[in-house]
Design a protein around this ligand. Structure first.
Ligand SMILES: [Zn+2]
Ligand SMILES: [Zn+2]
Length: 162
């Protein structure tokens, strides 16, 4: 299966390595992608474990699991990412701005967020994020442009997920 993060690589050669083998991600973008893929494949423990310590107290693995199972993840688009190597970044924030498109209770949704990442114990962690857009969108007709911004027709793009 192709990796949910949209890398065009197979899942086993992309995000699955980080999710199931405890291998640290090299960059905030890699952590962002692997967390998205963990949502898409319902690996709630990985999502919990990659929150920064300060953010974990507001999370529960069961809540993450429930949210992931009610949601069908369609597409991830990365807009910007600071790509520092974790060894070069002591105590600073790194940012990744992304859009995620998903179906929740049959409603198509677009969430755009600027996420903040920090290094803890030499590993990238997700601290928090500013959600700049969270809207319900209409499913396009087959020959219309896809909602995800790819400039392809819907039928050639995200329609395969429906
Ligand atoms: Zn991936
Ligand atoms: Zn699309």
């Amino acid at each position: 299966m192709l990796c949910p993060c949209g890398s065009q690589q197979s899942f086993s050669q992309c995000c699955q390595v980080f999710i199931t083998q405890n291998i640290p991600t090299e960059s905030p973008e890699q952590l962002m992608r692997s967390r998205y893929s963990a949502y898409a494949t319902n690996h709630a423990e990985y999502i919990f474990n990659t929150y920064a310590g300060a953010s974990q107290k507001d999370q529960s693995i069961n809540d993450i699991k429930q949210w992931a199972s009610e949601t069908k993840w369609l597409k991830l688009v990365i807009h910007h990412a600071s790509n520092f190597h974790r060894d070069l970044l002591a105590g600073n924030n790194a940012w990744v701005e992304f859009s995620a498109f998903y179906l929740h209770q049959s409603q198509l949704c677009h969430m755009r967020e600027n996420s903040r990442f920090i290094v803890e114990n030499k590993q990238w962690r997700y601290l928090d994020g500013n959600v700049t857009n969270n809207t319900e969108i209409n499913k396009p007709k087959r020959n219309e442009l896809c909602f995800c911004g790819s400039t392809q027709k819907f039928k050639q793009c995200c329609a395969k997920h429906f």
